[in-house]
Design a protein around this ligand. Structure first.
Ligand SMILES: [Zn+2]
Length: 356
């Protein structure tokens, strides 16, 4: 079965009132553990790769691993998504590799560091959408700018800086002009394992203060403008569970004050229109903790399988927990898979030709 367009997964999630996790991958073990989790939970899934992942895997390895996932789990609705594409050229590369969804993040300039103007964001996102829609590929765009830096991407905006949050007044204009299929919001989440600058009197980290009320406002404005149930996306939404961080720290790691987004905040967002939730850091922490534990307890081991297998299991466990918490578990068989050609005919029949 081919991979499905992400828009189908998100529209079905909107119908069912649940969210779908988008989990980042760089290598075989991560793809395996996410697909095993989706299979175990009978959940649709979004697998996403950043520019850093494409570079790390030399493109071709990721492409073939993705194909392998679709062959091994033909019954799981899977979308392969480019995370934070920085330019139309990067989007084009991902489409040629067989991705069924792309993010164009023109909230920053092509350097992935400098906050861009609104007009630049609109024009670049629209160009990416025009290209992607020609082949039925889904497009995610971002309005506002997210905090933190990951994989060299990000303006380094502090977790408590509210000046770059998504402006609800711009959301309808942005969606209309860019023709994006889903919208990434900046509501105070940030990339990485340190999502807060708030601490209690004993110095323990407190969850970041999010502008969750904006989700409802934006969803309502879009609905009023003729976009009912428009899929919204939460980035930087790992929960950074204390038990996983503790494992890392217990076995020689150093992640003081790591703090993520509480699951109940994500569930609050899902109830108000968030359909895609990006989770990367949680998988990284689970994998690192499992590997550190083997190294600490069995220093005589030197076969990579001895630590990659427990790492894979720990990663699978956290992904399964997210699929249940977001409500996508058990929803995989609700609908039939759609091809990119069908997506094009249904949603983008008017897309301009000849850009590719
Ligand atoms: Zn992101």
């Amino acid at each position: 079965m081919p991979l499905v367009p992400m828009r189908q997964i998100l529209e079905e999630a909107a119908k069912g009132g649940y969210g779908v996790g988008a989990f980042n991958v760089n290598n075989m073990e991560q793809i395996q553990s996410i697909m095993q989790a989706a299979d175990a939970c009978n959940s649709p899934v979004i697998i996403q790769a950043s520019r850093g992942a494409l570079k790390y895997s030399d493109l071709i390895f990721l492409e073939k691993l993705m194909e392998a996932a679709a062959i091994k789990y033909p019954h799981i609705k899977t979308a392969m998504h480019l995370d934070h594409g920085n330019s139309v050229a990067t989007v084009k590369t991902a489409i040629e590799l067989g991705f069924t969804s792309v993010m164009i993040d023109a909230s920053l300039l092509e350097d992935g560091k400098t906050v861009a103007s609104y007009e630049y964001n609109v024009e670049t996102s629209r160009a990416a959408a025009d290209l992607a829609h020609q082949t039925g590929v889904t497009v995610e765009a971002e309005l506002g700018a997210l905090g933190g830096i990951e994989d060299g991407h990000g303006a380094g905006i502090a977790a408590d800086d509210t000046t770059h949050l998504t402006d609800p007044e711009q959301a309808v204009d942005f969606v209309q002009r860019t023709q994006c299929d889903c919208l990434a919001l900046a509501i105070g989440t940030s990339h990485g394992a340190y999502k807060t600058l708030r601490y209690d009197k004993d110095g323990n980290p407190l969850p970041p203060k999010l502008a969750l009320d904006r989700i409802e406002v934006i969803a309502k404005k879009l609905a009023d403008a003729g976009y009912p149930a428009f899929p919204l996306v939460m980035h930087g939404s790992s929960s950074v569970p204390k038990d996983l961080v503790d494992i890392v720290n217990r076995y020689g790691g150093k992640m003081p004050n790591a703090m993520g987004i509480p699951l109940q905040d994500i569930q609050f967002g899902i109830a108000r229109g968030v359909r895609k939730i990006n989770v990367d850091t949680d998988g990284r922490i689970a994998i690192t903790g499992a590997i550190r534990k083997v190294f600490a307890e069995h220093p005589e081991k030197f076969d990579p399988r001895d630590y990659l297998k427990p790492a894979r299991e720990a990663h699978q466990k956290v992904v399964e927990e997210r699929m249940r918490a977001f409500g996508s578990a058990g929803r995989n068989d609700d609908y039939k898979p759609m091809t990119l050609a069908e997506a094009k005919a249904k949603w983008y029949a008017g897309a301009p030709a000849g850009v590719k």
